[in-house]
Design a protein around this ligand. Sequence first.
Ligand SMILES: Cc1cc2nc3c(=O)[nH]c(=O)nc-3n(C[C@H](O)[C@H](O)[C@H](O)COP(=O)(O)OP(=O)(O)OC[C@H]3O[C@@H](n4cnc5c(N)ncnc54)[C@H](O)[C@@H]3O)c2cc1C
Length: 412
Amino acid sequence: MNKGRLHMKTLRTDVCIVGGGPAGMMMALLLAKQKVNVLVVERNMNFDREFRGEVLQPRFVQMLDQLNLRSYIESYPHLKLKHGAIMKDSAQIEEFNFTAIDSKFPYAMWMPQPILLQALYKKCQEYPSFSMLFHTKVQSLLKEREEIKGVITKNAQGENLEIQAKITIGADGRFSTIRQLGGFELEYDFYENDLIWFTIPHPKDMDNTLRFYMSKPIYLVLPKYPDLMQIGLAFPKETWKEIRGSGIEKFRGTLKDLNPLFHSFAEELQDFRAFTVLNSRVQYVKEWAKDGCLLIGDAAHCASPVGAMGVSLSVATAIVAADIVWIGLEKQDTTQEWLQQIQTIRSPEIRLFHRSQIRIEKLAIRHTPWLKAIGGTMIPLFIKTKLARAIQRRIFLMPKPLPIDDSFVFEN
Ligand SMILES: Cc1cc2nc3c(=O)[nH]c(=O)nc-3n(C[C@H](O)[C@H](O)[C@H](O)COP(=O)(O)OP(=O)(O)OC[C@H]3O[C@@H](n4cnc5c(N)ncnc54)[C@H](O)[C@@H]3O)c2cc1C
């Protein structure tokens, strides 16, 4: 053992989860409920974050319902989004209605991610086997031959801490440190477009309908809790640099031409700091597991913002992973072979959504004139068909409950 580690403080746990995002916190909660010793390590000092997965599709509500967490999470501040509309310039050409898709889960939720994470954290604290370190960043992995045995972290004071764990979970997002340190390979990494986000005050005369504008660029207007609107402009990846290069004055004009809604926001713009850029990536890791280690959520399968599915797909993987890890610990099996089951269960759905997202990104964002030309006629015709209804159901709802043990269901 090297000299540095001799003086390092050491903690031991069953499961060390790196990353306190939606996937990490949901998995921690489920494992703690099963009395598994679980330690979450989060590099940020709290859950504050902006422009992070806030539209939670009906399938997310469905998962909460399966765990009997729906009323608990819905007791926290959020908006229920029931309607969506497709706009061509300023005219509505079609609408969709979540109530028509499913009566038990007739809405998507808008819940700021800090509120969702705080709610999960608070529930975790009911269980003595749960603990969490904020402001603590993973630096390296502990390894014995090829088996991963934990992590070495550094806290805000610069002190190193060794965490020995039977299983280490990489729930640390799309730029995952565990993925890099563990030598996990990407099978694919698609990146062709960016989404540029900004917010404006919620106009009094506008309702809480999600609006998708088929214009150039195409953009989304989403009601944002408590009283804002979040706008996402979609561009091919090289465009934003060009826009910045042409200066704020020109871009003010572009925004004003796009929608009167943006006039006063554009007026006040002095520079580009009001915008957040999301590289719209679709990534899939070849093998999510190694002996003693597993990737979940965006670290294993990052989704593009198309369809606002990222949180739902990440949390579904976290729920399935909690079940398999719990059984594995009971059987003292933390091998790659055992943990790989999680990918086998989750992969068909993840690949299906990734394929669809990549197809839509290629078509909609890169070939907007095509979409504008025929979309206006085709979409209203298509959206009324049975096929469209079936596709909406497949996107917004899970076809069947997640395969987990009933003991994960929370009492009232
Ligand atoms: C701008 C934007 C908008 C989005 N909008 C939506 C939406 O509306 N709906 C939706 O469903 N999805 C949306 N997504 C996607 C969604 O945010 C992600 O899919 C989801 O957050 C993934 O959850 P996760 O827990 O896997 O990872 P993350 O949420 O990325 O959490 C990872 C956590 O790990 C921590 N971490 C990272 N490295 C380390 C380290 N070395 N040590 C310790 N901690 C570390 C991070 O601080 C973070 O807290 C959006 C994403 C972006 C960027």
